[in-house]
Design a protein around this ligand. Sequence first.
Ligand code: 2NL
Length: 342
Amino acid sequence: MLEQLDQLKETALSELRELSSMEALNRWRVAYLGRKGSLTNVLRSIGQLPAEERPLVGQEANRVKLALEEALDEMAGALKREESVRLLEEERLDVTLPGRPVGPGWLHLSTQILREIYAIFTEMGFQVLETPEVESDINNFQLLNIPPYHPARDMWSTFYTTREGVLLRTHTSPGQLRAMRMYCPEPVRAILPGKCYRYEAVTARAEFMFYQVEGLAIGRHVTMGDLKGVFTNFARKLFGADRRVRFRCSYFPFTEPSAEIDMDCIICGGKGCRVCKHTGWVEISGAGMVHPQVLRNGGYDPEVYTGFAFGMGPERIAMLKHRIEDIRYFFSNDLRFLRQFA
Ligand code: 2NL
């Protein structure tokens, strides 16, 4: 019996030394030390020995058991260490690679142009006002002389919300009404920048979202001459002191009289080119004297007050200034385009 135990111990230990995985180790443990393992069987059979042999065999069997358990623990530790070394090796990360530097950002071209525009108009005493992009049909159309079914609505179709009569503004003019109601009967000079939306087929010249900057000046003696002076100064500050500006008759439902404002083409200096379609002039804004009904809607008495208003697209202005041929570049977020204005 003692010999058998000794044999068992030797076999078990030499098998143990050959094991190379935790799974094999577990099988080994079951085979020797498990409930039906060989050593357990020996321990169980001790009861059948003659009484005088039991203590000695029992002691030896316990020693073997302890030896096997100790060897098992040691092997388990060794395998675990091996395993973690292998994992470290396999999942190695080279943390010595330098990171990719994140450069400083810069202002979007639209923001840059907007700020240039603010600087010029604030110098002339205009304040900059921001007003909501989500508007009521009443503010966006009706109070600007565009009743339901007015043909001008075709040109100014937009995105409608699921709430009846609530839409994304098609121009910043509803903000002008808010400004008028805020300040009436005081005189007011303000420009209103902001995003506008239109239901448009997107092309090189038209986007469904764009910025607009509208200007408004209301007072007791504001004339079309003031509009001409203010706007000519603006064009010269932005595009150069020798710019020429002309006012051409036009029509808007919310101004009377109305005009388109042209500037001599900065590309060809007025000689005629592709940009100005060989006319020598490019359109930079719409404008006019605020319609008496619109003044009234804003809270001003048209018998006492007059005002001028204009509206321009800063992207258009930036396109002229930087000779950009496609408005879609502005909001498609291609860094190759945007970086040129860093
Ligand atoms: C354009 C034309 C314009 C206005 C905007 C305006 C606002 C009020 C009253 C009267 Cl509350 N006018 N704004 C006036 C004339 C033209 O914009 O084609 N802009 C790109």
